[in-house]
Ligand binder design. Structure first.
Ligand SMILES: [Cu+2]
Length: 422
């Protein structure tokens, strides 16, 4: 309330000053003075005010980052973060130099050369040397900034050395799923057509393909029985819908069969190295842990729209684009526990958040990241169930109809359900 009153007083005072100014203008007009003839004293005051305003402006600009340093991000917690911060500092220094020089010159000269009667401005239309100078210097600085940026970007996205630990970060509206490679240290292949409640990433294994084919076969048989039973009762458009549904299941089954053939061929060609043999022991989890001082290659995918993997304390960000895998290196250097000491905040947690406005619950698309000593990380990751074991447990659980519904997660299958409803 007090703030409101103070604000009102300021606004009113401003209005009063404006009115007074207008009154003095009118009085001068009545005295027969010409409005555009401003006395030199007024011009001098305006010039001095230019200096005062310029000084306050630059002083505030300098004071703000110093005063608010405590709310800035803590020191970078990854090797890549140190590179990014160094690049930012370089850019800030370049910008700062230009900013102070140009602004000091702007306010100084504007204040110095106020209008004096009888004094004419110096006419100085062109100077080749000056033109060259202020074209070449910014061009060189920009080239340096761009090359420096590309250099850092190339280091962050460089091809990983063989044996680098791979971790998948998978985004969908509106959560993150993390996949670790398991005992074989290699992530298995994935296919979106295999995505369901038990297999949120669509990991491809022999068992998954067989089970999916069996499910589709059952669904097909049921659809054909329904179609035969309804043949005499339903109108033709309803029957056409049922035919479409049957054709759709057939296409799905064919696609999965082809995937199975592809898989067999790949295994025959590549033997134990086939990417189709590495999925069973993958570990899929909603928790995100990383070992300290280990080079990790993050493989980033999205199920639906563009998301963005953003780890502000690591100064790391990469888009998650549907239909492709993006990647970046990350070497976390400070454990969560150490960072709690650094920030003097016992509740501190690193955070992985989505940095693309991706839909209605975008704000909630975030999970904590725990960085721990490699030993502790190993203990944690060994305890994670492997994908195949997890789905076995799920299979043994009593089947319920709601799960079957979750299983129809892909857009293609969703269309099926839609048709069924009709
Ligand atoms: Cu998102």
């Amino acid at each position: 309330m007090t703030t409101l009153l103070i604000l009102a007083v300021i606004v009113l005072a401003f209005l009063v000053v404006m009115r007074l100014h207008r009154v003095s203008d009118l009085a001068a007009a009545l005295r027969g003075e010409r409005e555009e003839l401003i006395p030199e004293k007024d011009n001098r005051t305006s010039g001095r005010m230019m200096w005062v305003v310029g000084f306050i402006y630059l002083a505030l600009f300098t004071w703000i980052p110093i005063h608010f340093k405590s709310v800035f991000l803590p020191p970078p917690a990854s090797t890549q973060g140190v590179w990014i911060d160094a690049m930012f500092h370089f850019n800030w220094i370049m910008l700062g130099i230009v900013f102070y020089i140009t602004n000091i010159a702007l306010f100084y000269f504007a204040g110095k050369y106020f209008h004096r009667p009888g004094k004419k401005a110096f006419w100085y239309p062109h100077n080749n040397r000056l033109e060259l100078l202020w074209t070449v210097i910014p061009a060189v600085v920009l080239i340096v900034v761009i090359i420096y940026g590309l250099y850092v970007w190339n280091r962050i996205t460089a091809a990983p050395d063989p044996g680098t630990m791979e971790v998948e970060v998978y985004g969908k509206q509106f959560d993150w799923t993390i996949r670790y490679p398991g005992k074989d240290k290699q992530l298995g292949a994935t296919d979106f057509r295999l995505i369901d409640g038990d297999n949120p990433l669509g990991i491809v294994t022999g068992n998954v393909v067989t089970k999916r084919l069996a499910d589709l076969q059952k669904e097909l048989e049921q659809a054909e029985v329904d179609r035969a039973a309804q043949a005499e009762i339903q109108p033709t458009d309803q029957l056409a819908d049922m035919d479409d549904h049957i054709a759709h299941i057939r296409r799905m089954r064919e696609g999965i069969m082809n995937l199975g053939i592809l898989m067999k061929e790949d295994i025959a060609t590549n033997g134990g190295n086939s990417k189709y043999l590495h999925g069973a022991d993958d570990q899929v989890t909603k928790e995100f842990h990383l070992p300290q001082n280990v080079d990790v290659e993050l493989l980033i995918r999205s199920q639906d729209v563009i998301h963005s993997v953003y780890l502000p304390h690591m100064r790391a960000q990469m888009n998650a684009v549907p239909g492709m895998t993006t990647r970046m290196h990350l070497v976390p250097t400070i454990t969560t526990d150490s960072m709690r000491l650094v920030t003097n905040n016992p509740e501190f947690d690193y955070i992985l958040l989505c940095n693309k406005v991706c839909g209605i619950s975008h704000y909630n698309m975030q999970i904590p990241l725990t960085v721990e000593k490699p030993g502790a990380f190993k203990v944690w990751s060994i305890l994670l169930p492997s994908f195949e074991n997890k789905s076995k447990v799920a299979d043994e659980a009593p089947a319920d109809s709601s799960k079957a519904k979750v299983a129809t997660d892909t857009t293609a299958v969703a269309t099926t359900t839609e048709t069924k409803k009709n």
